[in-house]
Write a protein that binds this ligand. Structure first.
Ligand code: ADP
Ligand code: GLC
Length: 486
């Protein structure tokens, strides 16, 4: 069994480079490649959103029939290509009425689409039907987050005929979003109303897709070890802590990796000048580049603190807002890139009008994200919770030392600076208070100016660390094998 080649279906609602709103897309674009390199056959499936250009994709001839319970059968198109620099096939489920829209989950005003329940139930079922059409018999169905969380039970009930031997894995990237909908969804899901109870899909008389997925997946993984423990507590469990505790025997924490072909200053084509741990001079050019872009004073000797991320509470933007003016009183420059809650966009825009040492870019901008990683000296990530977090790991490779709150993957990847022991790769605080954040920033800035030798040594240590996807892929394969043997 141990050398057996596994067939895996990997379903995700977003995949780099085709569609992305956050880290799930980075994971879905990289992990399957690393799993394939371990010798397994893995196919990826995602919706074909409107903005995905089909001109370079191949259209499959056959239409795909998708049973939608009381709504009848819908017919979808299927496109395919391979993930860049790999031979991993990816399939796109094309259904204009559900996915021919500008947003993935919400419109341009931030309102979630009213039919998200049906959209992603349709996608989950289509993903399973696709296997049949391709004559692909998965040993493992790997679902991600609430969008595809119905797949484990679907494969054991409505679709059992084609998946009799398949096992399922559900990866939780973010427990805050559970896919809670009107209970009528059960009639579209077609797994039987007996599964609508408080141990499976029911919560407060609604359907909770993630809850049901946790109950029925053969293994539940989350994206760091620390978060795997945190979600079993009331502080981080978003109401599902007891449910997850009840299934804790099948919960695993596997830290995400980094795609170093994408996020690596020695090969990054999006930054002003490449650099690496042996030749750091390019980082100065990158610093100047963002100072120019944001209209900041051009000074190599000033510390730049960067932020890239969604402007949502999770990311600690409330904390940042409360300390920002105090931090800007220090001899620093701060640059922020993000989009999200309107109050935050307004607040930060206001500050940028008044403070000369603050640069803001409201929006989603891949190139700018790379430039900020490369040009900053420190990276701010004071998240209230963080299942894994990718930007702090990217930052390490760019020698941009993270300032983080000790939660989830941030705690697992960042080791606090310890001058005496010559240890650490960043600066870490524990309490989610503005005092703790402010003093940690102050401390980091002081180390930069008053103990620059130690700062530089820490930068070098950080840049030499390795978080490649190969390690994580092996851990996933271990989980796959473990459940296949049961
Ligand atoms: P999350 O998935 O919770 O948003 P992660 O740290 O796992 O957090 O991943 C976020 C990813 O999205 C990173 O690759 C980051 O660079 C990217 N990102 C977030 N906001 C923006 C933005 N405004 N512009 C460009 N990239 C962004
Ligand atoms: C989620 C989490 C983030 C994680 C990402 C990829 O969006 O918020 O912490 O890194 O998924 O797993």
């Amino acid at each position: 069994m141990s050398d057996k080649k596994l067939n895996i279906l990997f379903a995700a609602s977003e995949v780099v480079p085709f569609a992305k709103t956050g880290g799930l897309a980075d994971v879905a674009g990289a992990l399957p490649k690393a799993i394939k390199e371990l010798g397994h056959d893995i196919k990826v499936v995602m919706p074909r959103y409107y903005k995905i250009d089909t001109s370079k994709l191949t259209k499959l001839e056959e239409p795909l029939g998708v049973p939608m319970g009381v709504m009848g059968e819908f017919w979808a198109g299927v496109y395919t290509t391979t993930l860049p620099n790999s031979d991993v096939s990816i399939y796109f489920i094309d259904y204009e009425e559900y996915f021919g829209r500008s947003g993935l989950y919400e419109d341009e005003h931030g309102n979630g689409y009213k039919d998200n329940a049906n959209r992603f139930m349709f996608f989950s079922k289509a993903a399973l039907q696709l296997c049949k059409m391709l004559h692909f018999t998965p040993d493992i169905i790997h679902a991600n987050d609430w969008h595809t969380a119905a797949m484990p039970l679907l494969s054991k009930t409505r679709f059992i005929h084609d998946f009799a031997h398949a096992k399922s894995v559900l990866t939780i990237h973010n427990l805050q979003h559970q896919g809670v909908f009107f209970k009528g969804l059960m009639d579209v899901m077609e797994v039987g109303w007996e599964h609508f109870n408080s141990h499976e899909f029911e919560s407060h008389d609604n359907v909770n897709l993630l809850k049901g997925g946790i109950a029925h997946a053969d293994a539940v993984t989350t994206v760091s070890k620390k978060y795997a423990n945190e979600i079993q507590t009331s502080e981080f469990g978003f109401g599902l802590e007891n449910h997850i505790q009840a299934h804790s025997h099948k919960v695993y924490g596997i830290l995400n990796g980094v795609d170093y072909d994408e996020w690596n200053p020695s090969v990054d084509r999006l930054i002003a000048k490449k650099y690496d741990v042996g030749k750091m001079s390019g980082k100065k050019a990158c610093k100047k580049d963002i100072q120019k872009h944001f209209g900041l004073e051009i000074r190599n000797d000033v510390v730049i603190i960067g932020f890239v991320g969604r402007f949502v509470e999770q990311k600690g933007i409330g904390l940042i807002a409360s300390v920002l003016n105090g931090v800007l009183d220090m001899d620093v420059q701060v640059v922020m890139l993000g989009t999200g809650e309107k109050w935050a966009e307004r607040f930060f825009s206001d500050v940028s009008l008044h403070r000369l040492n603050f640069g803001l870019h409201v929006g989603y901008d891949e190139v700018m994200a790379h430039k900020i990683e490369a040009g900053s000296d420190m990276f701010l990530m004071p998240s209230l919770f963080e299942p894994c977090g990718l930007n702090q790991i990217y930052s390490l490779r760019y020698g941009t030392l993270p300032i983080v709150r000790a939660t989830g993957g941030l705690d697992d990847t960042i080791v606090n600076f310890d001058e005496a022991k010559k240890e650490g790769n960043g600066f870490k605080f524990y309490d989610a208070t503005h005092d703790a954040l402010y003093h940690t920033v102050l401390w980091a800035v002081n180390v930069y100016y008053k103990n620059n030798k130690a700062f530089k040594a820490m930068q070098k240590r950080a840049m030499k660390e390795y978080f490649g996807w190969d390690r994580a892929a092996q851990s996933y394969v271990d989980v796959y094998k473990n459940i296949s043997n049961r």
